[in-house]
Each structure stands twice: as C-alpha cells, then as structure tokens.
Design a protein around this ligand. Structure first.
Ligand SMILES: [Fe+2]
Ligand SMILES: [Fe+2]
Length: 323
C-alpha cells in the first residue's frame, strides 16, 4: 500500500476562466464579490493555461507542490498574490507536459522563488515542437525557451522522469500514461491534434505528447484526487494510470483539462468520456482549461451532482473529515 495524506487542499492558481459570482460551498472556497469590489484586494486573472497549488497535510506536517505553471509568469505570480499562495512554501514543481500553457510561467516562478527547488518533468518535454495549421500558418519551434539549462540556471533541480515518482509523501507524478482505453487509444478519432508536430530522433511526426503526465494525491479514507494538465493521453487513461501508480482504486475527484475542446475532436468522445467517468464514480468532477465550454456543459448536465465549476481562485479541500 502506498503512502496517503490526511488532507489535501487544491487551489487553482491559473485557468482559462474567472467567475467572481460563485459562492462558497462545503469544502469549496471562492474569491468572490468582496475581491471584485474592494479596491484593496487583488483580483485573479484568467488566461489559456492551468496551475494548481497543492497543499497536503500528513501527520501534522504540511507540504506544498505546484502542478503546472500556466502560460505566463505575470498571470501566475499575480494570481499567487490574489489567492494568498506563498512561493516560499513550494517544495516541488511538476510539469504535466511541454506545451506553453503549462510550462510558460516556469522560468518566472523559479526566479521569484529564488532558491533551489525540484522540478519534475518528462525528458521528451524538451524535444522541439511546431504548429502547422491546415491553412498553412506555422508557429516555428515554439518551445525553444524550455531547456534543461534554462531551468537549472534559475535554480530548478530537474528530475527527468519517464516513470512514476512520489514527489512528496502521498503525492505522485504519474510519469508516462498508457493509452489503452479504446476511445482514447492512438488510432481513435481525435486522439492526435491535427497541426501539432514534434521532432523525435531527428524526424518530424505528429505530436502525440509522450511526455503527458498527471498528479495523483492519495487521501487517507477518501481515495484519489487526480489533477490533469491537458489529458492528451485521455482523461480516463490518466485516471487508470493514477490507480495503478498509487495502488488505490477509489477515485474521489478528477480535476483539470480533459482535452475535449481542441478543434477536430468529435463530440462522441465527450459522450464516451462521460460514460466512463460514471463507471469510475468520482464524487467530484471538475472539467477545466482545454475541456472546452461545450464538453464542460455536457458534463455538468449529465453529472450534476459531481460537477464542480472550478475556476481561477477556487480552493477545494479533501479529507476524511470533509467527506
Ligand atoms: Fe497541451
Ligand atoms: Fe493545455
């Protein structure tokens, strides 16, 4: 049996959406109208990206891990201030994959932390990536700034992982995610994003995002809290991987990008994802970021009890005492 934490608190420090009209719910805290109207408070900002500040408690000890760093350090650091997050508390950073909406703020956040901090990242995240749209428009080598040198110069101590690792007690970076669920398998419709390419062993091929990984937190008496970046490997494959890595079968919460909104992904994939999520029976489902508004609305409609509208500034707590 793997390690478990007593409690975890997940603050969304960056996401595509902001909504200052949301109210607190049991175990869910929002930045709301006071933040909006009081000129002395800092309002959170939304951008195309994602970042979670994950605070765990285990045997009276707190640990803090940052999962992904959103698109820009400007928004990420601003939202740290808005949410009351403390950079000094961050004892590890995990990058879900090498797309800019997930690592873009890394350089700036390392500079702001100002001392050595572990950075967990799959080695293929450093391979050159390109965008070429069907219209012929090209974004050349867009991840050129993401290098091991650049991270180390800023004080990042890299762990380049292909397999799973325990970042701090009870918090696991999944490593590579097997793509086994039929509607999320490599040959399934919408599995690869058209237009995205990666240079591997000197040849340019479709960007299958081999570096995609998630964060799984094993909460004692509750089950797994699974946080996803983009879910390029498929959100159901991701949850299954989290179960294997932790040895814990109960899935309590799935939160993050489900990657159902990218152009070219068929609506049938959302339907299949919802059916599979129902079988996993999590208590909380929070589709965010690249899930896309249309798919998120369908999840909200089909899983109203489980759906959580989780936006920038939302903090959710999970622990046996909260269940
Ligand atoms: Fe991505
Ligand atoms: Fe993304």
């Amino acid at each position: 049996m793997t390690t478990a934490v007593d409690r975890v608190t997940v603050t969304t420090v960056a996401d595509n959406y902001s909504d200052m009209l949301l109210l607190d719910e049991p175990n869910v805290k929002r930045l709301g109208l006071v933040h909006h109207f009081d000129p002395g408070m800092v309002n959170p900002r939304a951008e195309n990206g994602i970042a979670f500040l994950v605070r765990t408690e285990r045997d009276g000890r707190e640990r803090c891990v940052l999962f992904d760093t959103s698109f820009t350090a400007g928004v990420l650091l601003h939202n740290f201030e808005a949410t009351g997050g403390r950079l000094d508390d961050v004892c590890g950073i995990v990058i879900s994959h090498g797309h800019p909406d997930h690592h873009g703020g890394l350089d700036g956040v390392l500079a702001a932390i100002g001392h050595e901090v572990p950075v967990v990242i799959h080695p293929d995240a450093f391979l050159p990536r390109y965008l070429r749209l069907p219209t012929g428009e090209v974004a050349p080598h867009y991840n050129y700034a993401l290098t091991a040198d650049a991270i180390e110069r800023r004080g990042g101590a890299i762990t380049a992982n292909r397999g799973a690792i325990e970042v701090v007690d009870g918090v696991f970076a999944t490593g590579e995610i097997a793509r086994e669920v039929p509607f999320e398998a490599p040959a399934s419709p919408g599995c690869h994003d058209p237009g995205l390419f990666q240079l591997i062993d000197g040849s340019l091929g479709p960007d299958t995002v081999p570096d995609d990984q998630a964060l799984a937190i094993n909460v004692r008496g509750v089950g797994l809290v699974v946080l996803t970046g983009c879910s390029h490997a498929g959100v159901i494959n991701t949850v299954e991987c989290a179960r294997r890595v932790t040895g814990e079968d109960r899935v309590h919460a799935v939160m993050g990008g489900f990657h159902l909104g990218f152009p070219g992904i068929p609506a049938s994939k959302t339907t299949a994802t919802i059916a599979a999520l129902r079988e996993l029976a999590p208590r909380v489902v929070a589709p965010m970021h690249c899930t896309g508004m249309r798919a998120a609305m369908e999840i909200a409609r089909e899983m109203p009890e489980e759906f959580l509208l989780n936006v920038v500034g939302t903090t959710v707590s999970f622990g046996a005492a909260d269940a």
